[in-house]
Write a protein that binds this ligand. Sequence first.
Ligand code: AMP
Length: 356
Amino acid sequence: MTASLPRGSTIGILGGGQLGRMMAAAAARLGYRCIGFAPEGDNVAAALCDEFVTAEWNDAEALALLAAACDVVTLEFENVPVEAAQAIGEGKLYPPPAALETAQDRLIEKRFVESLGGRPAPFAPVDTPADLEAALARIGMPAILKTRREGYDGKGQWRLQSPADAGAIDIGDGGLILEGFIRFEAEFSVILVRGQDGEMRSWSSTRNVHEDGILAATHYPAGALVEDQVAEAEALARKVAEALDYVGVLTLEFFATADGPVFNEMAPRVHNSGHWTIEGAVTSQFENHIRAVAGLPLGETRAVAAERIEMRNLLGREIERAQDLLEQADTHLHDYGKREVREGRKMGHVTRLVRG
Ligand code: AMP
């Protein structure tokens, strides 16, 4: 049994977005203090942290001060530069820097998952026009060209339907990956938590609906189509967590296809498709993440008794009328407090439980 962090200890959170905000709320409830850390921006986690450091990721002095002030450090943003994570120091940062390194590059991530027996979409690295031609000849069309690094919510992606689409692409400096287009029946994710002692628990998979590459909604129960594929996907997620000696919440996204689950991508953090667990599970992904990094016993992950649990993201100006949704029974609004309302920006979410 690992020693747990005593109450009043300080947890550092790298990243300042809504995931950090919800993490800090869970940490406060467990009696911990939080210090957030992120570069200048609309850092909505700051309002829920006891302190917030605004500094660049390459500010070695600020990172050293953070490490010294915290008993343990975690992250809510997977593009924290690996050097910044390493500066916190091995053994003080959960999840470990190796998880970040793997998840930050779609090529490394897919090769890693393949080495563990997982099945991603057919893929090929693309750094030159000749690479693209060769990759398209092997993989065929339709296909999706993605940046290897820093893409999220469908950004940094180009769908290629025809040779004309491919011809119009400027490869630029390369650093791309071509993926075969998967004809999926549904999308789902496996969200698990791994404690410092290696214990793992996972939440029920929901059916995830994306619109324009952005998660729009999650549905529980996910339905037979997804449920039949969860065991295989979960076994892979567990292997990934073991191989990385992971601590905290880990997410793997999948396509449910006629041939079984196809791995899409992983996130070394709590995930938008797990927001339903705040009201919909015995222990939320945020609370279990904090429990894991603090060395506390993990909480039960099963869903509370409900016929259906639906989480819907509130994008852009949808936040302005969100309070009206509270007229529906058992509906819970999470407003992230973002100042700038931009089209397609995740401003909040709403979870509705339908009890039988
Ligand atoms: P990503 O940022 O890679 O998760 O992509 C965002 C969304 O785009 C996914 O959730 C899918 O809906 C869609 N997508 C991404 N890659 C593929 C693929 N290889 N085949 C089909 N759809 C995809």
